[in-house]
Write a protein that binds this ligand. Structure first.
Ligand SMILES: [Zn+2]
Length: 243
């Protein structure tokens, strides 16, 4: 039977997991039940409360909370032993792969933004991560540092060089930035690994230009081109691709 039936709930607050565990996300399910299952679940919940309050006095929210609590409890307690046993048996590599999928499907958008507190020492930087705790990574000399960053995942760690920009002062739109580029390196990316530094390039311009503006923009493009060339030589040097 797949016909849609009226849906009720969730009623009230999230049901907690057991007190020895740290909750990570609330999973909201919607599943179909029979009248008999509802009736039995209510009977169990009501009995656990020693029959209080009497059924005629049970409010609609209390009735639904009782039933939702029974099903949530059954789902968690019924599966907990199996889940713990399986989790303990996972090979570390496989567990990491599963975690990556979980992070994708259960990204927590409202986790508090924690400012990074980098510690620079002997060519390394100590950074905090959400998924691997505190880590020490090599800090390239060209990186401008991580002081104004927010703690993220290991894969998000990105070294950034000084910004290289070019722009033009126009009559039509004031100063317009045309180029914003920098050397960058995210050494822990998984899906598109970056074994070496790359160039991160933003080129943009969308304006109506007077004749004078066109000359200013053309000049800015030549400046941008020269600066990109120089940046290209720098990044090739870092990648060991000279000559
Ligand atoms: Zn860095």
């Amino acid at each position: 039977m797949t016909a849609a039936v009226p849906a009720f709930g969730p009623t009230g607050e999230q049901l907690p997991c057991d007190e020895n565990s740290t909750p990570f996300a609330a999973v909201t399910l919607s599943f179909q039940v029979t009248r008999e299952q509802l009736r039995a679940a209510l009977a169990i919940g009501h009995a656990e409360n020693a029959g209080e309050p009497p059924l005629p006095d049970l409010t609609v929210p209390d009735t639904r909370r009782e039933i939702e609590g029974y099903f949530a409890g059954a789902a968690v307690f019924g599966s907990d032993t199996e889940l713990q046993a399986v989790d303990a048996s996972l090979a570390p590599d496989y567990a990491a792969e599963l975690d990556a999928v979980i992070d994708r499907a259960y990204t927590r958008p409202h986790h508090p933004a924690i400012p990074q507190t980098p510690l620079y020492r002997d060519g390394t930087v100590t950074l905090q991560t959400l998924d691997h705790g505190e880590i020490v990574v090599p800090e390239p000399a060209w990186c401008t540092g991580h002081d104004n960053e927010i703690v993220g995942h290991l894969a998000d760690i990105t070294h950034r060089g000084r910004p290289v920009k070019a722009g033009a002062a126009t009559e039509a739109a004031g100063y317009v930035e045309i180029l914003d580029a920098a050397i960058s390196h995210a050494p822990f990316l998984i899906e598109q690994p970056e074994p070496h530094p790359v160039l991160s390039i933003q080129l943009s311009l969308d304006t109506r230009a007077s004749t004078a503006d066109v000359r200013a923009i053309a000049y800015a493009l030549r400046v941008a081109s020269l600066r990109l060339d120089r940046l290209d030589r720098e990044v090739r040097h870092l990648r060991g691709e000279e000559g």
